[in-house]
Design a binder for this molecule. Structure first.
Ligand code: ACM
Ligand code: ZN
Length: 545
């Protein structure tokens, strides 16, 4: 499905893009499309003596750039703070300039001439995104992991002024239904950064596995991180995530988490950890059944069924336990938001629990929906007291939304939350569920959970809800796609579900709304796929749907 834009807006953009100076080549094939691109005559050529000259705040990105350029070119670029005298031809200058006209946070101004590349970021992130654009200007072989012989390492001369449309540009990965190793998660962060995404939502906990070490509650990973087999009727050979005893699973130690957080920071990605509550918590209840209403026992089952467990909202010990868990989580993740889930809570256990019913009487709560709201408000206080903010799925609005909470809209509620002053992140099933099929022909696709989300539909994702009065637009922080992984048993398969749909997501979240054009995107996509081929990414081919 393609949203048609008013023709006048489209024409204005085309004029801006299609006005190259005499002698300039075609416009470069960039994804996401920058705010403005002006092609100029000539090329810049990378050579062994090319220097990367950094100034305050750009050294890390200078080193990142050198590290990206070295494998394919075989050149070892020097990263210096002064250009040297005489200045060698072909210098790349990186700097921060907080006064760039028309360029805000995370934006940059990139000028490529035959003599030099001059990249100014509005901040350190802006320089990093300018580097991503510079890499795309070079031949796709620049992404090769081994030396690529016989390539002219030329970038067309160009002036680009760019900034993102949204500040939350995210991807969620569910590591509970299937486990991916730390290097695999870091690889995903690399690939996200290339798409100029800046938020990794790490779904660390669910019914089928608890994946983060909590020192105060060791059984969460001793028991909660393991199950009998791969589950979901999948081939046991489709994964290598087995423990020494043959059980399926795995978890990240706190040291692993610290390293992943640092890795993400060096790529200007914030990690939002998700600790699901009050439902989707069977893995935790298998370890600590005393925090359920029934007292258990629970065991981790991965048949794909619906689960009826929830933390007991009437038991004070539940809140002590969750505060202990969250304290450790919040010490590990420096980002503003802590995601506490809140979706799909089955209330039957609460209805049949004396403690929960007593809580409702004492607190004057008229139904279990209000008990859910009570639960979320108590957790909100814990999160706020730590200087973070709580975010949860659409259902955290049930029974009344906690005052400072942000909503992640997957099944509605964005307009109501935003007009009441809450921040909202859009991840609607219709545009952002990467667990859905990429084709209607299921015989040619790996088994998926259902649904249909072709590339064209991701491209049509508009994060600002049509019904939102425009004065509340700023409450919409941005959007993200979610990869639930019931039927995604290994990291090659993660890549297949994510690519190339993430390229369409990237443009939906970064590029100016009026500039988005499905035909133009399709024309630019083969160049992006060539880059993905060079770096060995497994993506779905036959992308025209
Ligand atoms: C969800 O997809 N249950 C948030
Ligand atoms: Zn209870």
């Amino acid at each position: 499905m393609i949203t048609l834009k008013p023709l006048c807006k489209q024409l204005r953009w085309l004029v801006l893009l299609a006005a190259p100076l005499a002698g300039a080549g075609p416009l470069p094939e960039l994804i996401p499309l920058p705010q403005t691109v002006e092609a100029r005559p000539g090329v810049f050529t990378l050579a062994p003596q090319t220097r990367i000259v950094v100034s305050a705040g750009t050294r890390d990105t200078g080193r990142y750039l050198a590290a990206q350029l070295t494998p394919a070119t075989g050149y070892h670029f020097k990263v210096k703070t002064t250009p040297g005298d005489p200045m060698p031809a072909g210098t790349i200058f990186l700097s921060i300039n907080t006064n760039l006209p028309g360029v805000g946070a995370e934006g940059y101004d990139l000028s490529v001439t035959p003599e030099a590349v001059t990249l100014q970021g509005a901040d350190a992130a802006g320089v990093f995104y300018g580097v991503q654009t510079l890499l795309q200007l070079l031949p796709p072989e620049i992404y090769a992991t081994n030396t690529a012989a016989g390539v002219a390492w030329q970038a067309p001369c160009v002036h680009i002024s760019d900034q993102p449309r949204f500040k939350w540009r995210g991807l969620m990965l569910d590591v509970s239904r299937h486990f991916y190793t730390k290097p695999e998660v870091e690889r995903l962060l690399d690939l996200m950064a290339q798409q100029k995404l800046n938020t990794f939502h790490w779904h660390l906990v669910d019914d089928q596995g608890w994946r983060i070490e909590i020192k105060k509650y060791p059984r969460l990973t001793e028991v909660g991180a393991w199950r009998a087999g791969v589950g979901f009727k999948l081939d046991p050979a489709s994964t290598t995530a087995y423990g020494k005893d043959g059980r399926y699973g795995g978890f990240y130690t706190q040291q692993d988490i610290k390293e992943v957080v640092a890795y993400a920071q060096s790529r200007h990605i914030t990690i939002v950890p998700e600790i699901e509550m009050p439902g989707h918590c069977i893995a935790a209840l298998a370890a600590y059944p005393e925090y359920s209403c029934s007292g258990g026992p629970y065991s981790i089952d991965a048949t794909g069924g619906v689960f009826h467990g929830a933390y007991c909202a009437g038991n004070e010990a539940t809140f002590t336990f969750l505060a202990g868990v969250l304290d450790e989580v919040m010490d590990l993740f420096p980002g503003q938001y802590i995601h506490i889930g809140g979706d799909e809570v089955r209330k039957d256990a609460w209805r049949n629990c004396e403690k929960c019913q007593e809580r409702m009487r004492v607190e004057g709560l008229k139904d279990e929906r209000q008990l859910q709201s009570y639960f979320i408000r108590r957790i909100e206080k814990i999160v706020d007291a730590h200087g973070h903010n709580l975010i949860g799925w659409s259902e955290i609005r049930e029974g009344g939304l906690a005052p400072s909470a942000a909503v992640m809209d997957w099944i509605g509620g964005a307009v109501e939350a935003a007009t009441n002053g809450h921040y909202v992140v859009m991840s609607p099933t219709k545009y952002g569920y990467f667990d859905h099929y990429q084709s209607t022909n299921h015989t040619t696709e790996p088994h998926a959970i259902g649904g249909y989300l072709p590339l064209s539909q991701v491209y049509a994702f508009e994060p600002i809800p049509a019904k939102l009065p425009p004065q509340f637009d700023a409450q919409i922080l941005g959007g993200q796609a979610n990869l639930w992984t019931e039927y995604v048993p290994n990291f090659r398969h993660v890549q297949y579900m994510v690519f190339p749909r993430i390229c369409a997501l990237s443009e939906a979240l970064w590029s100016p709304k009026d500039a988005r054009d499905w035909t133009s995107f399709q024309q630019r996509l083969p160049a992006e796929l060539a880059r993905l081929d060079e770096e060995g990414v497994n993506y779905r081919k036959g992308f025209s749907e």
